[in-house]
Write a protein that binds this ligand. Structure first.
Ligand SMILES: Nc1nc2c([nH]c(=O)n2[C@H]2C[C@H](O)[C@@H](COP(=O)(O)OP(=O)(O)OP(=O)(O)O)O2)c(=O)[nH]1
Ligand SMILES: [Mg+2]
Length: 315
């Protein structure tokens, strides 16, 4: 079947993202979309995106970075979507072709109807590019205080990981963490599945071991709660897909303090695994917030880190 190459943009301004409504007579007409269009012969993705956004919104893009690639087979033809994030542009974005244009908060994106190919793109648009995982060997007050500072520094996505806590204490910690993050960041809890009902606003981050046990049962959470998984290889990525996760961490990309004896994947292997996976990936292992551009160049959503994103230096 014919495959068309499309570029589209998640345009961010003042914490909102821009959506346009596709003209009725077009393929997938009437649905909301991220502006963009077909790459023409001889164009790079970047050139095509700049041209499309000028034609469709009358803006000159000044800052963009790659975020995500995904493919989808429609009955008519297949599309390969190359998604970029635009964070600066000149001009006022408006519907230059008469189409409706709106700015929405990422958390409200689930309320809009998009073409079927957009599922993972919506996930990418709802996620930030830094995923903080809490460190081991801190007590409850230290973890909560660290989360508080991280929130002040703009962290929007947090995984509560505290393998050194026993169950009842971990639950108490999770209750506090949910409270601190409310309205400021999305929190994913790690832990036993029996607790899912006790933290109705939290997402769940499953370990590779839980994936192996539970992937066959499918997704245990509704679409409005994050489900993520820790993956280290192709097999685990396949299980994550089977389970219906929203996103994954892929590790270790480099040597890490947490698992010093594990051979890292390296960027080249990570890049391949990311390209073959159809949902957002946070690369993890020896990385910091400074590595976000490198991670994005490798096709990742961003960086996940313990020490690398914790707001102060750990021993
Ligand atoms: N721009 C865009 N296209 C999308 C999205 N999701 C999705 O499935 N598509 C599909 C619909 C179309 O089949 C194809 C993009 O084509 P398009 O209609 O935007 O192409 P274009 O701007 O070059 O328009 P035209 O010259 O064909 O009128 O990709 C999306 O979020 N944004
Ligand atoms: Mg278009």
């Amino acid at each position: 079947m014919e495959q068309i190459k499309v570029v589209a943009a998640i345009i961010r301004q003042n914490g909102r993202v821009l959506l346009a409504r596709r003209a009725k007579h077009k393929h997938q007409g009437g649905l909301w979309e991220f502006p963009g269009g077909k790459i023409e012969a001889g164009e790079s993705a970047e050139q095509a995106l700049k041209r499309e956004l000028k034609e469709e919104l009358a803006i000159e893009v000044t800052k963009l970075n790659p975020v995500f690639q995904t493919s989808h087979q429609y009955p008519e033809y297949g599309v390969h979507l190359d998604i970029w994030e635009v964070t600066a542009f000149e001009g006022e974005a408006g519907g230059a072709e008469g189409q409706e244009v709106i700015w929405v908060q990422p958390k409200n994106l689930l309320q809009y109807d998009f073409p079927a190919a957009n599922k993972a793109i919506i996930t990418a648009a709802r996620l930030s590019n830094r995923y903080l995982i809490t460190p081991e060997n801190l007590d409850r007050a230290e973890i909560i205080e660290g989360i508080r500072i991280a929130l002040d520094e703009g962290i929007k996505l947090i995984c509560l990981r505290a393998p050194h806590f026993f169950d009842p204490d971990y639950r108490d910690l999770a209750i506090d963490a949910v409270g601190v993050c409310a309205g400021r960041a999305d929190l994913l809890v790690k832990g036993a599945f029996e607790w899912l009902g006790d933290f109705p606003s939290a997402g769940w981050h499953v370990t590779a071991e839980q994936l192996r046990k539970l992937a066959d049962k499918g997704r245990p959470l509704p679409a409005n709660r994050w489900l993520a998984a820790s993956c280290h290889n192709e097999q685990e990525l396949a299980l994550a897909k089977k389970m219906g996760v929203d996103f994954v961490t892929l590790s270790p990309v480099q040597k890490t303090a947490t698992h010093p004896d594990v051979e890292p994947l390296g960027w080249e292997r990570a890049k391949q695994l990311i390209a073959d996976f159809d949902r957002p990936v946070f690369v993890l292992g020896g990385l910091t917030g400074q590595d976000v551009p490198t991670a994005q160049q490798a096709g990742a959503q961003g960086v996940a880190a313990i020490r690398g994103l914790w707001p102060y230096e750990l021993d």
